[in-house]
Design a protein around this ligand. Structure first.
Ligand code: PHE
Ligand code: NA
Length: 457
C-alpha cells in the first residue's frame, strides 16, 4: 500500500481519466442516441444527467479511490468489508468488455490500412461481413480469420505493453500521446466534414429540437444510459485510476474537468458525424433520417461508403477516421484492463508484471474467439447483455450501498473537501448529496425496471 505507484502530473491523471471516458461511445453512440431522442432537445436531459449523475458519481469514485488507495475491490473492502464483491462485480464487467472492445479496435486498425486503396469496394456491408469478418454460423469453429487475428494480437500487445510499463511510464505516457493526437486527428475530420456539401442538412437534422421528446421517460433513460457508459462510471476504472493520485489532489475539480472534456468531445463527434451523414444523404438523394446509424454499422459500413464518395483525399480521410477510432479505443481499453490488473495485484499481492502476464494474457487469449468466423455473434450477445443489465445495475448497487448501506457519504464528502479547492459545501454539497442519495438511485431504479419490462415483452 505504501509503495503504490503515482501519476507523474495532474495533467497525466486527467488525460488518463478523459482517455478512458472518450471512446467509441462518444464517436459512434452519442450522435445517434441524441438524434433519436429529441435532437437538439436531448441536450436538456443529457445535461441534467451529467449534472445529477455523471459528475456527482465521478466525484464519488475519485474520492473513493483517493481515500482508500486501492483497486475497486480493495477500495470497497476498506470502506466496508462486506462490500468487496461490488468491486469484483465491476471488475468482472470490465473484463468482459475488454474482451470485445479489443476486437473492435482491431477492425479499426485493419480499416485504417484498407482506407488507402478503398479495399472495401462498393458493397461495404458485403465486404465487412463476407470478405473481412468471414462470418459463418454462430458458435461453429472453423479456424481463425487471419485478417482479424493479426491486428487483434497487435492490439493486445500494445495495451499489455503499456500496462506492463506501469502507471507513470505506461498508462500516463500513452495517454499523453494518444489523447492530444486523437484531438488533432478528429479536429481535422470535423473541419473537413463541415466543409462538405450537405453538411448543413445533417447539422439541421441533428440539432433540430423535438421538444415533445422531453416528456418521454425513454428519452431520460437514454440520457442517463449515455452518461454512465460514456463517463466509464461503475466499471471500477475511475476508482482504480484515482487510487494512484498523490495525497494533495484537487479531486472535485478533476471530476468537473473530466466530465466536461468527455461531453465536449461527444458534441464534437455529433457535429462531425452528422455533417458526414448530411453529405451522404445528399449524394444518395435521400433524407438524413434514412442514413442515420450507430455502432458497427455506422463505422464499418456507412463510413466506408461515404469515404468512397468524397471528392478528394478519400484515403487520407479514412485513415484519420479509423485512426481516431484506434486511439480513442486503445486509451479506453487500457483503462478497463487496468481494473483487473490492479485488482489481481491487490488481492494476491503479486507484482504488476505477473498480473499483466497472467490476467492480461488470459483476457487476450479469450478475446481471440473474436478472430474466429463466428466471432461477431459473441460480440452482439455480450454487448447486449452488458448494456441492458451490467452498467445500470452496477451503478445502482454502488450508490445504494455507499449511501444507504455503508452510510459513507458524509465521510467521503469530508475527505473530498479536505483535499479539493472546490468544496462540496452549501449549495454544492446539497446538490452532490441529493444527486447521489435520491436522484441517481431513482433514475437507475426506473431504468432497471424499464429494461426488465422491455426484455420480457
Ligand atoms: N467510456 C467509453 C466510451 O464512451 C466506453 C467505456 C466503457 C470504456 C467502459 C471503458 C469501459 O466509449
Ligand atoms: Na465517453
Amino acid at each position: 500500500m505504501e509503495n503504490r505507484p503515482q501519476w507523474g502530473t495532474r495533467a497525466g491523471f486527467i488525460l488518463a481519466a478523459a482517455g478512458s471516458a472518450i471512446g467509441l461511445g462518444n464517436i459512434w453512440r452519442f450522435p445517434a442516441v441524441a438524434y433519436e431522442n429529441g435532437g437538439g432537445a436531448f441536450f436538456l436531459p443529457y445535461l441534467f444527467a451529467l449534472l445529477t449523475a455523471g459528475i456527482p458519481l465521478l466525484i464519488l469514485e475519485f474520492t473513493m479511490g483517493h481515500k482508500y488507495r486501492g483497486s475497486a475491490p480493495l477500495s470497497f473492502a476498506r470502506m466496508n468489508k462486506k462490500t468487496e464483491w461490488i468491486g469484483w462485480w465491476q471488475v468482472g464487467i470490465s473484463f468482459i468488455i475488454s474482451i470485445y472492445y479489443g476486437a473492435i479496435i482491431a477492425w479499426a486498425m485493419s480499416y485504417s490500412v484498407f482506407s488507402f486503396n478503398l479495399n472495401w469496394g462498393n458493397d461495404t456491408a458485403g465486404f465487412l461481413f463476407g470478405d473481412y469478418l468471414n462470418i459463418t454460423d454462430p458458435g461453429k469453429f472453423d479456424g481463425f480469420v487471419p485478417g482479424v487475428l493479426l491486428p487483434l494480437i497487435l492490439v493486445w500487445v500494445i495495451a499489455l505493453g503499456v500496462l506492463y510499463r506501469g502507471v507513470k511510464r505506461g498508462i500516463e505516457l500513452a495517454n499523453k500521446i494518444f489523447i492530444p493526437a486523437l484531438l488533432v486527428l478528429f479536429l481535422i475530420i470535423v473541419v473537413r466534414a463541415l466543409t462538405l456539401e450537405g453538411a448543413v442538412d445533417g447539422l439541421n437534422a441533428f440539432f433540430k429540437p423535438d421538444w415533445s421528446a422531453i416528456s418521454s421517460g425513454k428519452v431520460w433513460v437514454a440520457a442517463y444510459g449515455q452518461i454512465f457508459f460514456s463517463l466509464s462510471i461503475a466499471f471500477a476504472i475511475m476508482i482504480t485510476y484515482s487510487s494512484y493520485l498523490p495525497k494533495k489532489s484537487d479531486i472535485t475539480n478533476n471530476a468537473f474537468i473530466t466530465g466536461f472534456a468527455n461531453s465536449s468531445f461527444e458534441l464534437l463527434a455529433g457535429i462531425g458525424v452528422f455533417s458526414i451523414l448530411g453529405f451522404m444523404a445528399m449524394q444518395q438523394g435521400e433524407a438524413v433520417s434514412d442514413v442515420v446509424s450507430a455502432g458497427v454499422g455506422l463505422a464499418f459500413v456507412v463510413f466506408p461508403a461515404v469515404i468512397n464518395e468524397l471528392p478528394a483525399l478519400n484515403g487520407l480521410f479514412g485513415f484519420l477516421f479509423f485512426g481516431s477510432l484506434v486511439l480513442a479505443g486503445l486509451s479506453s481499453l487500457i483503462s478497463i484492463i487496468e481494473t483487473y490488473i490492479a485488482g489481481l495485484q491487490d488481492k494476491f499481492k503479486i507484482s504488476r508484471s505477473k498480473a499483466v502476464i497472467f490476467g492480461g494474457g488470459f483476457a487476450a487469449i479469450v478475446s481471440l474467439m473474436f478472430a474466429t468466423r463466428g466471432g461477431l455473434w459473441f460480440l452482439d450477445v455480450m454487448d447486449y447483455f452488458i448494456n441492458s443489465f451490467g452498467v445500470a445495475l452496477a451503478g445502482l448497487v454502488q450508490v445504494i450501498v455507499v449511501v444507504w448501506f455503508a452510510k459513507e457519504l458524509k465521510s467521503l464528502q469530508a475527505h473530498a473537501n479536505s483535499v479539493s479547492d472546490i468544496k462540496l459545501t452549501g449549495l454544492l454539497g446539497g446538490w452532490w448529496k441529493i444527486s447521489l442519495a435520491f436522484i441517481t438511485p431513482a433514475v437507475l431504479g426506473y431504468m432497471m425496471i424499464d429494461n426488465i419490462r422491455t426484455n420480457i415483452s
